[in-house]
Design a protein around this ligand. Structure first.
Ligand code: FES
Ligand SMILES: [Fe+2]
Length: 437
């Protein structure tokens, strides 16, 4: 079980908190690169409980810095995005993308001390259409993680940003809580609706799989498994990787490369940033050629606003009960009555409250991936806090190359052997284009 104290340690992400400091060791995917137009409007960015602004100056350089002007704390959100930096509109001080103060035009030249003033600004890089931010204190930022889906050619990877209004951990735990799939998402699908050779058949026939879970160099991994045809086993492999990445099983290893991150905005909001590469056109799932009822269409989003929490909000939200259709639920057409798989997850994890009360839980053997992942996070955060131990993957970005999620049918007796075999088969030299760091 997770105690109230452990729950606090796991969920709080502000400066000086154990988990907040752990997160600050890593590069964080923070914005779509397209949100920042050269010379365009600054964007309010909430990250790990810090209010930041992000902008792209006229020459294309991206700045991510504390939104408060270091002079008298006016918000630089209202600043003028000029050539070579952003200018505070209160007294005209100007700051380069790296935070360096360049001008203090409200002072006579002999009183100018701009060389000594720097806004709190963070290291930034761009990859896979995303602006990544490093909020740690190292003089030299660590290497970028070699996460497969973020290394593929830009434009091949589909990006998804969605804000969720709850703590980052309960949102992430939805991705590693595999047994909910057969209920929340396909609870109304009957075996006779699915072809015998479709892997979904296993999930709607046996809704209580067995599990194996283990620690890994990059975090944790599990497999859920069920007996399959011809003496084989149907395996589903998935991972958690530090500090907030998940890799969920969706189809064959070779057909899809997925990376999902749950980037804490503050203690009660998280930005989901997902990267997906797929080569399989999404085929009809059910015998009748249709999709799982309620799995489509894709959710709609409200227009972005300039608010700290105004980016990538779904139309379906707590204020409208996620547009639940009680008739569809009652008639067993859509198990939840809520349309779209991601919105079903959104509704359920937000419904737990802003920060789940861990002392109220009764965790079961089906939750062993969750308990192990919490333990790994706590051990790493405490080791960093108490002994300065660098957490997993920070200096070993290549560990991510061993991480792939997926499903398969194999005769292997041992789950680790099955994973190694399928990973090896699925690896394609063209797929892994590790950028020279
Ligand atoms: S508060 Fe920004 S220039 Fe004075
Ligand atoms: Fe789900």
């Amino acid at each position: 079980m997770t105690t109230a104290t452990e729950g606090q340690e796991l969920t709080r992400v502000g400066p000086g908190t154990p988990m907040g400091e752990l997160m600050r060791q890593y590069w964080l995917p923070a914005l779509k690169a397209s949100e920042l137009i050269a010379g365009g409007d600054p964007v309010r960015l909430m990250l790990l409980g810090e209010k930041l602004i992000a902008f792209r100056d006229k020459s294309g350089r991206v700045g991510v810095m504390d939104h408060r002007c270091p002079h008298r704390c006016a918000s630089l959100f209202y600043g003028r995005n000029e050539q070579g930096g952003i200018r505070c509109v209160y007294h005209g001080w100007k700051f380069a993308a790296d935070g360096q103060c360049l001008e203090m035009p409200n002072l006579p030249p002999d009183q100018d001390f701009s060389a000594k003033v720097k806004a709190t600004a963070y290291r930034v890089t761009e990859r896979a259409g995303v602006v990544w931010v490093y909020m740690g204190s190292r003089a030299e930022a660590p290497p970028m993680p070699q996460i497969e889906a973020t290394l593929l050619a830009e434009g091949e990877v589909a990006l998804n940003f969605t804000q969720r209004e709850c703590n980052w951990l309960q949102a992430l735990e939805g991705d590693i809580d595999t047994s909910h799939f057969s209920w929340l998402h396909v609870g109304s699908v009957k075996p006779d609706q699915v072809d015998a050779d479709n892997w979904l058949q296993y999930q709607v026939t046996n809704r209580a799989p067995e599990y194996q879970v283990s620690d890994t160099d990059w975090g944790t991994m599990y497999c859920a498994y069920r007996p399959a045809r011809r003496g084989q086993t149907y395996w589903r492999f998935a991972h958690f990787a530090f500090p907030f990445w998940t890799f969920i099983p969706q189809g064959d290893f070779a057909d899809r490369v997925i990376a999902r991150s749950w980037v804490p905005m503050d203690d009660t909001h998280v930005m989901f940033v997902g990267f997906t590469w797929t080569q399989a056109s999404r085929s009809a799932v059910l015998k009748d050629g249709g999709q799982i009822p309620g799995s489509t269409p894709a959710p709609d989003y409200l227009p972005n606003t300039t608010d700290w929490f105004g980016r990538f909000r779904p139309v379906q939200n707590a204020s409208n009960d996620y547009l639940i259709d009680r008739d569809a639920q009652r008639n067993d057409v859509i198990y939840t009555g809520i349309t779209h798989i991601a919105m079903q997850d959104q509704a359920i994890t937000e419904s737990m409250g802003e920060i789940v009360d861990h002392t109220y839980e009764h965790l079961a053997p089906s939750d062993q991936m969750i308990t192990r992942t919490r333990r790994r996070l706590l051990i790493a955060a405490r080791a960093l806090r108490d002994k300065g131990v660098v957490p997993p993957c920070v200096d070993r970005p290549e560990l991510f190359q061993q991480v792939r999620s997926g499903e398969c049918e194999l005769a292997a007796a041992d789950w680790q052997a099955a994973y190694a075999e399928r990973l090896h088969q699925a690896r394609h030299p063209d797929l892994l284009q590790v950028a020279a760091e």
